[in-house]
Design a protein around this ligand. Structure first.
Ligand code: TXE
Length: 480
């Protein structure tokens, strides 16, 4: 049994309650770790440590902070195999995916912000020869970062890197479902020379630790990625306190396939968009709209390709889908598949749990599931399932598919497949989403703004947006 500890003021310490939650390996369906059941007292300790560290960290030069971040990135890179295995054991995703995507991206996040921060300029505005304005940017102070369980270290570092780069001290809470890699990060930070108290990692439940962070007067900003309901709760508490907030919430992303697409490429990318990471990525394309002229052809090619995606032990290279992150989430996905049937959908592939032989017999696995025959406005096509479940919906005209694609309360990402350049741009402009991919999916340039509209969130992460989020701006006006 691995016991995880909080990382406060540069030291690994027990939660004040001395209580622990059960940490599961989802592929085994078994408890394998103990996760601190921290509360507001641990948050208080971390805030005190952060406040103490603030003056020193905030007065380091940009170059010094960047160098520390680069050393943290290199420290993770040097332990790539270990981090990848920990991520897989904790989250359930295939090990090859942790190695190819999650841990390398965590390294890139740190390297990117270490470098980007060096290039963030202030602004200057001249009114006439006698008056000019310039902008000073200073760290906010102590900030809170709350991250989810689908891409654990990837999203954890996506938040803490810009916050640290701009001179803030951070109280960070990884998901209680996947705390392992974040807990390992403390060792790397110490080895990299990050001063004590600059990054504090507290484990525990959202309702205790997350909520104590949101309420804490001295935590001046919250950067959150997670469910829309949780985002609404954080806003309810933090908005009246005038905290800065960045909320990256759920998605129900449409994939628009026109009959003039590059067919083979479209099938392959649509399968990846649907089932990568067991469909547990807020960017997954789970509503697949297909022009009726190629509906049947696409359906059979898509099904053939999905059948090749084996569900299995995450440690096997041949497993394209691993386990679902938690039992609760596994049950939620299965309940949506049951709902799809009640709503009149036909399950044309998958449709239930998968029993994986060997050490994973008790694990939480679900077959990639394809459903057709549902209307665009039923619950299955409106609510976020966040699992390996997609629907196929035919359409006739461009106007019709735009209406259906934009019909949900979410607006994170859209994907359009067409070889017609005018159509691609025309439809992209009409998508109610923060991101539009044309003939590709999950192509990420870390400089671009990342986030959603409607119930998919508020604010943008990525690039200079995140660096600016973690600063306060001050306009200085000079009259000569
Ligand atoms: O996420 P939560 P859940 C979606 C997905 C999923 C649903 C619910 O549809 O099925 O959300 O997942 C912390 N104050 N996404 O309930 O609870 C929590 O401890 C402060 C989309 O597991 O939102 C964790 O660290 N913090 C998504 C983090 O919030 C609180 C990724 C996210 O967990 C809190 C994950 C509170 N009151 C789920 N309650 C995406 N956008 O990528 C919980 N937390």
């Amino acid at each position: 049994m691995q016991r995880i500890l909080n990382f406060i003021n540069g030291e690994y310490i027990e939660p004040i309650s001395k209580q622990y939650l059960k940490g599961f390996n989802p592929a085994l369906g078994m408890v394998y770790s103990e996760v601190p059941d921290s509360d507001e007292r641990d948050v208080e300790l971390a805030v005190s440590a952060s406040k103490e560290a603030l003056a020193k960290w905030g007065s380091t030069t940009q170059e010094q902070r960047s160098e520390v971040l680069l050393r943290i990135a290199n420290g993770i890179e040097a332990r790539m195999e270990e981090f990848a295995l920990a991520e897989t054991n904790d989250q359930g995703k295939p090990l090859w995916l942790s190695k190819a995507m999650d841990i390398p991206r965590a390294v890139s996040n740190l390297k990117f912000y270490a470098n980007a921060a060096l290039h963030l300029n202030g602004e200057f505005h001249q009114t006439d020869q006698h008056i000019f304005n310039y902008t000073l940017r200073s760290p906010i102070g102590v900030v809170g970062c709350i991250s989810p369980w689908n891409l654990p270290l990837y999203l954890f570092t996506w938040k803490i890197a810009p916050a640290l780069a701009m001179g803030n001290c951070v109280i960070a809470k990884p998901s209680e479902i996947t705390p392992m890699t974040a807990s390992m990060l403390g060792e790397v930070c110490n080895a990299a020379g990050l001063p004590k108290g600059v990054l504090n990692i507290i484990h525990g439940l959202g309702a205790k630790v997350g909520s104590a962070m949101t309420k804490h007067f001295d935590i001046k900003a919250i950067s959150f990625t997670g469910g829309t309901k949780t985002g609404a709760e954080i806003s309810r508490v933090a908005a009246p306190m005038f905290k800065k907030m960045s909320l990256e919430l759920g998605g129900k992303n449409p994939n628009l396939i026109f009959d003039d697409c590059n067919f083979e490429k479209t099938v392959k990318i649509s399968v990846a968009a649907a089932f990568t990471n067991q469909g547990e990525i807020c960017l997954c394309g789970s509503r697949i709209f297909i022009q009726d002229t190629i509906y049947e052809k696409f359906k059979s090619a898509f099904m053939e390709e999905v059948k090749k995606r084996t569900v299995g032990d995450p440690l096997n290279d041949s497993s394209k889908l691993g386990a679902i992150a938690s039992k609760e989430h596994f049950e939620k996905i299965l309940s949506y598949i049951a709902l799809a049937k009640q709503e009149g959908g036909e399950i044309i592939l998958g449709g239930g749990a998968v029993m994986v032989e060997g050490r994973c017999r008790q694990g939480w696995f679900i077959a990639p599931t394809i459903i057709e025959g549902l209307s665009y406005d039923c619950r299955i096509n409106q609510e976020e399932i966040f699992g390996p479940v997609v629907t196929l919906v035919p359409f006739t005209t461009e106007a019709e598919v735009i209406m259906m694609a934009n019909s949900t309360p979410f607006g994170l990402a859209s994907t359009i497949f067409t070889e017609n350049l005018s159509r691609a741009h025309r439809v992209a402009a009409k998508m109610e989403s923060g991101i539009v991919w044309i003939n590709c999916w999950l192509e990420r340039d870390l400089r671009t703004p990342f986030g959603g509209v409607k119930q998919s969130g508020v604010g943008r992460e990525g690039g200079f947006e995140a660096l600016k989020f973690f600063t306060e701006e001050k306009n200085v006006c000079v009259k000569i």
